[in-house]
Each structure stands twice: as structure tokens, then as C-alpha cells.
Ligand binder design. Structure first.
Ligand SMILES: Nc1ncnc2c1ncn2[C@@H]1O[C@H](COP(=O)(O)OP(=O)(O)O)[C@@H](O)[C@H]1O
Ligand SMILES: [Mg+2]
Length: 184
């Protein structure tokens, strides 16, 4: 059987309506494919179920539910609880290319800082902000963060759990977005 047919069958194991387009990742850990459905493009991402648990998938689902309506983060369309030993999700395809040092400039830094502030505002802190997880689209002037399986949530973690994470960061973001008045 041709490799494309095998991949298409794998995709159909999650959802019969999906058509395989392009492979981004396919290893024991994750599977990430660009797929299409009714002429629109999406990302199918699946994780192995380890000891009956789908911790990483659940983190990503929770983060996308909180952030998916903001333009910097993909919208969540479906959750698949069964597959060939994996569970998965279908999310919005973010056009552009992975960030690189060559293309990076202070404008992208400003957009990244806004993106992080937005996530904090919704109580989400992503512990995996790296160039491979940042999609730049110079044409649309957009920066997006599609990979959220290392997200942690306000109240879930103690500042001491991660040296880099400080509880006040969540509060500061709320102030910046104007939820509280009379901030010095
Ligand atoms: N929603 C998306 N839109 C566009 N590209 C994506 C999207 N999700 C993932 N990708 C691309 O696929 C790559 C792998 O997906 P990712 O979710 O980061 O997997 P992993 O959790 O294994 O790092 C990313 O580095 C990114 O280039
Ligand atoms: Mg990634």
C-alpha cells in the first residue's frame, strides 16, 4: 500500500470526513497533519494515550477553549477520544512559517509580548514558547502560537514549581487589559 494511503487511513481513523494534505510530525509522541474538510484547512494533532491518560491533549484542549477566540491562537473544532491508541483534536490551521532568527525583529517581539499577556489574562501560561511553536505571517502581519500542550493554568501551579513562573504575572496582565481601574 502506498504511504499516502496509509496516512489517509490513519486520518480517517479519527474522522472519516478528513482528507490528508501534509505531514508535519509523525512519531511515537505526536502526530501532526494538515488536513482538509469541506475545502478548508485544519491541523489534526494526536497524542498517545499513556497509562490510560491523555494529559498533554487535555492541557491543549483546555488552553484552546480559553484562547481559541483570540486571533493569536487556533480555534478548537473537534476532540477525538479514540484512534489507533491515540486521542486527538482538530484545530484551526494558522498560515505562515515557523519563526527564525533571520526573520525576527522588534515588531515580532512586541507581538509576542502581547500574545503572552493575552494568554496570562485568560489564566494560561505556556511553558513551551520556542521558535518552532511560533508561526509568523509577514503578509498578514500576524504571530500565532499553535502548540499548547505544555500550558499550565492559573491556580494549578505554585510559583515555586517553576523558577520562571511568578504568580503576579497573571495579575499584571489583568491590569494591562483594563479589567481593574485605578492602577498606578
Ligand atoms: N494550528 C497550526 N497551524 C499551523 N501550523 C501548525 C499548527 N499546529 C502545529 N503546526 C506546525 O506543526 C509543528 C508541530 O506541531 P506541534 O503542535 O508544535 O507539535 P509538538 O507538540 O510535538 O511540538 C509546529 O512546530 C508547527 O510548525
Ligand atoms: Mg511544538
Amino acid at each position: 500500500m502506498k504511504l499516502e494511503t496509509i496516512t489517509q487511513r490513519r486520518v480517517e481513523a479519527f474522522d472519516r470526513r478528513l482528507i490528508f494534505q501534509e505531514k508535519y510530525l509523525d512519531h511515537e509522541k505526536n502526530l501532526v497533519y494538515r488536513v482538509s474538510l469541506a475545502g478548508r484547512e485544519y491541523i489534526l494533532k494526536a497524542h498517545p494515550i499513556i497509562d490510560g491518560k491523555t494529559e498533554y491533549l487535555n492541557r491543549e484542549i483546555e488552553a484552546l477553549k480559553r484562547l481559541g477566540h483570540e486571533k493569536e491562537f487556533p480555534e478548537l473544532f473537534e476532540v477525538y477520544r479514540e484512534g489507533d491508541g491515540r486521542s486527538g483534536l482538530l484545530k484551526q490551521f494558522m498560515p505562515g512559517r515557523e519563526a527564525s532568527r533571520k526573520k525576527w525583529n522588534s515588531n515580532w517581539s512586541k507581538r509576542l509580548s502581547l500574545l503572552i499577556q493575552k494568554a496570562h489574562y485568560y489564566g494560561v501560561s505556556d511553558l513551551d514558547i520556542e521558535s518552532r511553536n511560533l508561526i509568523l505571517c509577514p503578509k498578514r502581519k500576524t504571530l500565532s502560537l499553535p502548540d499548547l500542550d505544555y500550558a499550565v493554568f492559573e491556580g494549578d501551579v505554585e510559583p515555586k514549581d517553576f523558577e520562571i513562573l511568578k504568580a503576579e504575572d497573571f495579575t499584571k496582565a489583568k491590569d494591562l487589559f483594563g479589567e481593574r481601574k485605578n492602577v498606578a
